[in-house]
Design a protein. Structure first.
Length: 202
């Protein structure tokens, strides 16, 4: 299995506030001018050398894993507008599907059980299920382990926040996926590495 592909989160929102801040003139600070005119004592700040200040700023702005790569979270208004646009787009898609196939009824709404089922089906396919008769199953044992671990994370993070039926479905699916993983790995044996061929004699 190849390494997991890297991804980058791109913030597609228009940062109008930043643009306005850059173009807005900064108000002048009247305090220094007043102090100079008065001729009295002035507060002197001991600033660190420019190189040291730059190093500290760079250390403070160093990325902290994936969190540093994420854009700022959307505001409540942005999320509300996006949700409305998404709902309108999905409704247009439903209309197109019904126009192509009038006998098709409305698609069922997605629920928690669909999410669990998606993880389960993915794990089973990675464990070789679903292969056609006569064909050798294609097994992605590491991918299956990752998918099952994701199911375990889902169970941990949703603990105490599920209905009894949702919790039963999740625990049953997690148990079945782990059992299938154990059955497959118990049949796996480590093949000895063959010794390298002897060097050819000249």
């Amino acid at each position: 299995m190849s390494d997991a592909p890297k991804f980058e989160v791109i913030d597609r929102r228009k940062m109008k506030a930043d643009e306005e801040r850059e173009t807005r003139p900064k108000p002048a600070d009247p305090a220094p001018a007043a102090a100079e005119q008065a001729g009295g004592p002035r507060l002197v700040k001991n600033e660190p050398p420019a190189e040291l200040a730059a190093d500290e700023t760079a250390e403070a702005s160093e990325p902290q894993g994936l969190e540093a790569e994420l854009p700022p979270p959307p505001t409540a208004q942005e999320s509300k507008e996006q949700k409305a646009a998404y709902d309108a787009s999905t409704q247009r898609l439903e209309d197109l599907i019904r126009a192509q196939n009038p006998a098709a009824g409305p698609q069922p709404a997605m629920g928690f059980e669909h999410l669990v089922q998606q993880f389960y089906l993915t794990a089973m396919l990675q464990l070789g299920a679903g292969a056609q008769e006569g064909q050798r199953p294609r097994v992605d044992i590491v991918g299956a382990r990752n998918t099952i671990d994701l199911l375990a994370i889902l169970a941990e993070k949703t603990r105490g926040n599920l209905t009894p039926n949702e919790d039963r479905i999740l625990q049953t699916v997690l148990f079945e996926a782990r059992m299938a993983f154990l059955e497959l790995t118990s049949m796996m044996t480590v093949q000895p590495v063959p010794p390298p061929p002897p060097p050819a004699k000249k």
